[in-house]
Design a protein around this ligand. Structure first.
Ligand code: XMP
Length: 513
């Protein structure tokens, strides 16, 4: 049993789950339909009605199943509070101005949330508001604009908040959510590293005895997924790592290290020539991504067939390190409306063809990245394996701008190696979320020795991010940038100029292609 977060489409919904888990409470996100359906046979520990872009005036859904059990703790956030206001006989009014962005709130009639000062800053994003508080509720919080910012039922464990306690700008958001969970819902902590690990092991136990294939990249997600699955599956788990020729030297080294130092059965499939052959002469980024994705599938399928033919091993499951944000994203009401546009086609083994007849095993599907890292540590994996920078599936293929060949890949490999070494030497590797180099398809003039040269340009990209959805540029010390630049110009043949990319995401994406 957990807290159910009913997603009305707010862009912040997953942060509610994340914060509740950080507070030590199990919670999961679900659609409105799913929650209403599940209420018929199951019961959450508490219910959270999230924010959302709609207006209660257009919403005709019957939410009464949420409200029949008067012991069920319920928190309404933003739109969720307006549903409470309307359902229980208060009055929601269309906002003339609304409140967007930072606001200050204070307790009404001495109401004080433990840990919060009398006035504190919150994040608002609403136009409609609860103008008349329902008869069985009282107003507990008010914004500096005089609007109702919080309500609480007089006898039932129910609270509404007009602001978003889950976003960072709400300074005491964690205290507010903790107040609901502990004081109003009367719950006790039930989510920790052990319960999280056990939940994942339980999922893997369901396929014990089956042959499981893992598309292994060596990144933290596939490493943690494989390590915990191995505990249950043992020699029935086979990890395939595809060397597509678009890797950095440190990636292959990392895979070899894992092969030697973990109990995982990792097979390296050398497919360099196939990938580079298929990419020859192609310069369009989307086409390159598609070719790399398709080649990956072809190589994988050939390998799977050879296992059946040569070893008589037929795989039943494909193990993937899918994480919760992807699962939530696929539930998103916006996604269903087709409103989210494809910025880049991500290379993802989720696209293996149906004819391969593999079912998916996704033991990390309820976890966020930071939880996966914590689990990696709990499983005894080395810190540097768990905190590796992300590396995209298409690898250097999308870091050589334009057509890719062996020489251009080598330039990025060499410059990336220098960047990596310098970050490690200056102990700054962990101070940036992702760092890499990009080969630009332009030539510029320079002087080397006493002669004029006309050579290519390397761009350095270093960003800070939480999940890759947004990013800021890492402020690297000038001396480190200067050292990297000097080494690349001196040590990488054909490069005379190094530039530093100063673009946050948005508007730039993290990768250049
Ligand atoms: P963008 O460029 O979309 O990247 O801002 C966000 C994060 O995703 C990584 N990335 C990928 N990862 N397959 C992956 O596994 C891909 O096709 C892919 N494209 C981008 C990127 O490195 C960054 O961390």
């Amino acid at each position: 049993m957990s807290v159910w977060i009913v997603d009305f489409g707010s862009q912040y919904t997953q942060l509610i789950t994340r914060t509740m888990r950080e507070l030590g409470f199990a919670s999961e996100v679900m659609t409105v339909e799913d929650a209403l359906g599940r209420m018929k046979t199951a019961k959450p520990k508490a219910l959270v009605l999230s924010g959302g872009p709609q207006s209660v005036f257009e919403d005709k859904t019957d939410y009464s199943p949420f409200f029949t059990d008067n012991k069920l703790p319920i928190l309404g956030v933003c739109y969720g509070m307006q549903i409470l206001g309307q359902f229980f006989g208060g009055k929601v009014e269309k906002g003339v101005q609304g409140e967007y962005g930072p606001a200050s709130i204070h307790g009404v009639d001495g109401y004080q949330i433990p840990g919060c000062p009398a006035n504190h800053d919150v994040w608002m994003s609403h136009s409609d508001h609860v103008a008349i508080v329902p008869k069985d509720f009282k107003k507990i919080l008010e914004s500096h604009n005089g609007l109702t910012a919080g309500i609480k039922h007089n006898s039932r464990p129910m609270m509404g908040l007009q602001f978003h306690p889950e976003v960072q700008h709400t300074v005491h958001g964690k205290d507010v959510l903790g107040h609901f969970l502990r004081d109003i819902a009367g719950m006790e902590e039930d989510w920790n590293g052990q319960t999280m690990l056990q939940g994942c092991l339980d999922l893997v136990s369901q396929v014990k005895g089956k042959k499981v294939l893992c598309a292994f990249s060596g990144g933290v997600d596939s490493l943690v997924a494989a390590t915990l699955s191995h505990k249950i599956l043992g020699s029935d788990l086979f990890c395939f790592f595809v060397d597509n020729g678009l890797l950095r030297p440190q990636d292959l080294h990392h895979i070899r290290l894992l092969r030697e130092n973990t109990p995982l059965h990792i097979e390296i499939i050398d497919a360099k020539d196939i990938f580079l052959g298929n990419l020859a002469g192609v310069s369009d980024p989307e086409q390159k991504r598609k070719i790399i994705g398709k080649t990956f599938i072809d190589v994988f399928e050939t390998k799977v067939k050879s296992y059946a033919q040569d070893h008589g091993i037929k795989f039943d499951y494909l193990l993937q390190g899918t994480l919760y944000p992807d699962v939530i994203e696929s539930l998103s009401p916006h996604k269903k409306d087709g409103k989210s546009s494809t910025i880049k086609s991500h290379h993802n083994v989720g696209g293996l063809p149906e004819r391969m007849n593999l079912q998916l095993l996704e033991p990390l599907r309820f976890l966020f990245k930071d939880e996966v890292r914590a689990m990696g540590a709990e499983l005894g994996l080395a810190r540097e394996w768990v905190w590796r920078h992300p590396f995209p599936g298409p690898g250097i293929g999308v870091r050589v701008l334009g057509a890719v060949d062996e020489k251009s890949v080598q330039k990025v490999q060499l410059s990336d190696q220098i960047l990596f070494e310098e970050l490690k030497n200056s102990r700054l590797y962990d101070s940036t979320w992702q760092a890499f180099t990009v080969l630009l398809p332009v030539k510029t003039v320079g002087v080397k020795g006493d002669g004029r040269v006309y050579e290519e340009v390397i761009a350095l990209r270093m960003v800070n991010s939480q999940d890759g959805m947004t990013a800021t540029v890492t402020e690297m010390p000038w001396s480190v940038l200067a050292k990297i630049s000097s080494r690349i110009c001196n040590e990488v043949p054909g490069i005379t100029r190094v530039v530093y990319d100063l673009t946050p995401k948005p508007p730039g994406t993290i990768e250049w292609e």
